[in-house]
Design a protein around this ligand. Structure first.
Ligand code: A2P
Length: 285
C-alpha cells in the first residue's frame, strides 16, 4: 500500500489549484470593436483539422448550480474566423449584456482559458459548391466570421476569378472588423506567394449600413432587388452558370436572400451534394 501514497499526493495537487477546463485552450489576443462586437484569438489543438468556413463549439464554465454547486460548460457554436492553415484560431463575437455566454466571454483576457470542442462542422465550405467563376459572400453582423476565414484561404482565389463580399450592419463601427481584414489581405505574404501579387484585386467589397450614415446605406437584399447593388458593383446579377454564393447572417436575412437566389435560378448545395449556394446562420447568444 505504501506504493500508493505518492500517487495520492500527486493527484491531490490539482484539487487545490483551480480546476482545469475540459478541452482548454488559452486566449492569446482580444480586440474590441464596438460595445456590441469583439474578436479574440486562442491556441489551436495540435491535432485539430478543419475546412475554412466551418464552426466549432466554444465556451466557458457556467455559474455553479445553486442547489448542487455543480458547474457545467456553457457552449455555443462559433464560426472559425481564421483560415485552416493558421497556427491559432480566431473568433468574432457579439456581446449580449444578459447573454448566458457572451456576458462572460466579453471579459476574457490573454492568458485566460476557454473550452473548445475540437469537432469542426459546417456547410459554408468550398466542397459544397460546384465549380464557378464568381463567388458571392453575403453577411450581416457577425455573419462575416466564416468569410474572414474563407477570404484568407488560398483555395478561394484558386477556384474563382472574382469574389464579391457584401456586409450589411446596423452601424458603421460594426463594419470595422471586416474592413480591416480585407485591407490586411493586401499585405498577406502567404496569399501573395501562393496566388500571386495582386490576388486581392479579385475582391469586390460592398459594405452597407442600415441605421447609421455611411457611404452606402440600405439592406443588401433591397439594393439587389432595385438593381442598385449591381450598378454600384458594375456587374451582372447572379446567374447559375457562373455564380456561387454563401450566406451567413440573421435568420430573416438568410431566408430572404435564399429566396432571391432561388429566383435567380441558383440551387442550394450541401457537402453531400454540391450545388450553387449554401447557407448558415450566424450564431447569436
Ligand atoms: P435593419 O437595421 O434594417 O434591421 P441584426 O444586428 O439585427 O442581426 O442585423 C444586422 C443587419 O442585418 C442590420 O443592418 C439589419 O438591417 C440587417 N437585416 C436584418 N434582417 C434583414 C433581412 N431580412 N434582409 C436584409 N438585411 C437584414
Amino acid at each position: 500500500m505504501t506504493e500508493q501514497s505518492p500517487v495520492t499526493q500527486a493527484q491531490a495537487q490539482p484539487v487545490k489549484a483551480a480546476p482545469a477546463l475540459p478541452d482548454a485552450q488559452t486566449v492569446t489576443q482580444v480586440k474590441h470593436y464596438t460595445d456590441r462586437l469583439f474578436s479574440f484569438r486562442c491556441t489551436r489543438p495540435a491535432s485539430m483539422r478543419f475546412r475554412s468556413g466551418e464552426f466549432v463549439m466554444i465556451g466557458l464554465m457556467g455559474d455553479p448550480d445553486p442547489k448542487t454547486g455543480k458547474v457545467k460548460p456553457l457552449l455555443r457554436a462559433y464560426s472559425i474566423a481564421s483560415p485552416s492553415w493558421d497556427e491559432e484560431l480566431e473568433f468574432y463575437s457579439i456581446k449580449v449584456q444578459d447573454g448566458p455566454l457572451t456576458s462572460k466571454l466579453q471579459h476574457i483576457q490573454p492568458g485566460d482559458e476557454l473550452i473548445l470542442r475540437p469537432k469542426p462542422v459546417g456547410t459554408l465550405v468550398h466542397d459544397a459548391l460546384l465549380p464557378g467563376k464568381r463567388l458571392w459572400f453575403f453577411a450581416t453582423g457577425t455573419g462575416f466570421a466564416p468569410f474572414a476565414s474563407l477570404l484568407r484561404e488560398p483555395q478561394t482565389y484558386e477556384d474563382y476569378d472574382e469574389i464579391v463580399i457584401t456586409h450589411t450592419c446596423r452601424e458603421a463601427g460594426e463594419l470595422t472588423y471586416g474592413a480591416e481584414l480585407i485591407e490586411s489581405l493586401k499585405d498577406d505574404e502567404l496569399l501573395g506567394e501562393v496566388i500571386g501579387e495582386g490576388f486581392w484585386k479579385k475582391i469586390r467589397y460592398y459594405p452597407t449600413t442600415t441605421r447609421e450614415e455611411s457611404p452606402k446605406m440600405g439592406r443588401i437584399t433591397d439594393l439587389m432587388r432595385t438593381g442598385e447593388a449591381f450598378t454600384d458593383l458594375e456587374c451582372t446579377p447572379l446567374n447559375p452558370e457562373t455564380d456561387r454564393a454563401m450566406i451567413c447572417g440573421n435568420l430573416a436575412f438568410n431566408l430572404e436572400l435564399k429566396e432571391m437566389l432561388e429566383a435567380y435560378g441558383l440551387e442550394e448545395g450541401a457537402n453531400s451534394k454540391p450545388a450553387h449556394y449554401v447557407v448558415e446562420k450566424a450564431f447569436l447568444d
